[in-house]
Design a protein around this ligand. Structure first.
Ligand code: MG
Length: 386
């Protein structure tokens, strides 16, 4: 273990693509992987804009860079979006971004898309980022198993990326770090070819960051290299400023199983009584009033205020926006998802789901397998919120 951060990166076109649309940057305490989307030269341009916008942070102090990384990624989004609108040769381009800033004992992760950040500690690997893909969403909702997701033909369809809209929601996470931790940033060209366990084994068998990146990319190519492949490996130093003892760290998850059983049973009963009380007093209606979802009305995709369920006597849903998108024009798996209702946190969120997840997937007879693009913008017609 060294007394400074050691890092290396490699990006490779893979075995089947002609262009490498991935971009990678490692410099000082700033590390970024971007996987461009959009075919032709668009993806290459989008991922390069992302890297160029974020790269200057490497000249700042670690705490300045950590404080500014989110803004830098937001600026990259606007730059890609504006270029995509203004230059017809790159219309619809976008990119994933997984950016990591090491600030003493805290890692600052800003992420959108399906590139990944992993933490390798004490011989174990943990994915730090969440995939913003349709299949990952379906796995979270219990509609697909992780094994089905790995083979799903639409597994590269993203629900969020840079450049598809003027506003983007980023995942922004602080990760407590321990001396000697290793962080891997990579594009899906690696994770679609190798399992987490295989990636961990390759990293744990080797010491030098460059040797690790080379081995990962060689293995992904040996499996077929169907996409561009990028890996950046960061190894933290033997001591970190402000680091608590490694044994005290745990990442994510709280354990509430220690609550006394009688207290939990009492809470369960109180919960059941409360649900009845709510239903009786119309509380369910209040709940419905503050809930939103995307569903189907008269064969068309629509935004609803309410709950995606029907009960006798109580009206729990009402259409607030129609989209003009026939549900029958969506891929089959998405039709079922829409008919069951996709919950949203607000009217805006519901419209965002329509724009980013439904509209880009409308199947026309000319193109049965469309890439998600920014050019497909639905016309959402709204009625005033009641
Ligand atoms: Mg890729």
């Amino acid at each position: 273990m060294s007394d400074t951060i050691r890092a290396a990166a490699r990006t490779d076109v893979g075995r089947q693509r002609e262009l490498n649309e991935d971009s990678v940057f490692i410099g000082g305490h700033v590390f970024v992987v971007a996987d461009g989307l959009g075919g032709h030269k668009g993806g290459e341009v989008a991922s390069a804009i992302a890297i160029d916008t974020i790269k200057p942070l490497a000249d700042l102090t670690p705490s300045e860079a950590a404080a500014q990384i989110n803004d830098a990624v937001q600026r990259a989004n606007v730059a890609i979006f504006d270029r995509s609108r203004g230059d017809h040769t790159v219309t619809g381009m976008g990119t994933t971004v997984t950016a990591f800033v090491v600030d003493g004992a805290i890692g600052h992760l800003v992420h959108v898309g399906d590139s990944r950040a992993y933490l390798i500690r004490d011989g174990a690997i943990e994915q730090l980022s969440e995939d913003h893909s349709m299949v990952a969403r379906m796995v979270r909702e219990g509609r697909l198993t992780p094994e089905e997701a790995e083979r799903h033909p639409q597994r590269s369809m993203l629900t969020r990326a840079l450049g598809s809209e003027r506003d983007v929601r980023l995942d922004d996470t602080d990760i407590p770090l321990a001396p000697g931790d290793r962080i891997l940033l990579c594009s899906d060209g690696l994770t679609n070819m190798l399992s987490d366990a295989e990636i961990a084994a390759t990293i744990l068998d080797r010491i030098a960051p460059q040797e690790i990146c080379d081995a990962l990319i060689d293995q992904a190519n040996e499996r077929g290299g169907i996409d561009n492949i990028t890996a950046a490996l960061i190894e933290l130093p033997a001591s970190l400023v402000g680091a608590p003892l490694p044994t005290t760290r745990s990442i994510g998850g709280t354990n509430d199983a220690a609550a006394p059983r009688s207290a939990r049973r009492a809470l369960t009963w109180i919960g059941i009584v409360l649900i009845f009380a709510l239903a009786i007093t119309g509380g369910l209606r209040l709940w419905a009033n503050s809930s939103w979802f995307v569903g189907e009305t008269s064969g068309e995709v629509a935004v609803f205020r309410g709950l995606p369920m029907q009960l006798p006597l109580i009206r729990l849903r009402q259409v607030v926006d129609t989209t003009g998108i026939p549900v029958a024009d969506l891929p089959e798996y998405l039709q079922g998802t829409v008919r069951d209702g996709i919950r949203a946190s607000s009217r805006d969120d519901a419209q965002h789901i329509v724009t980013t997840q439904i509209a880009p997937n409308v199947v026309s007879t000319a193109d049965p397998n469309p890439e998600p693009t920014a050019s497909a913008s639905p016309s959402i017609t709204g009625s005033p919120t009641p």
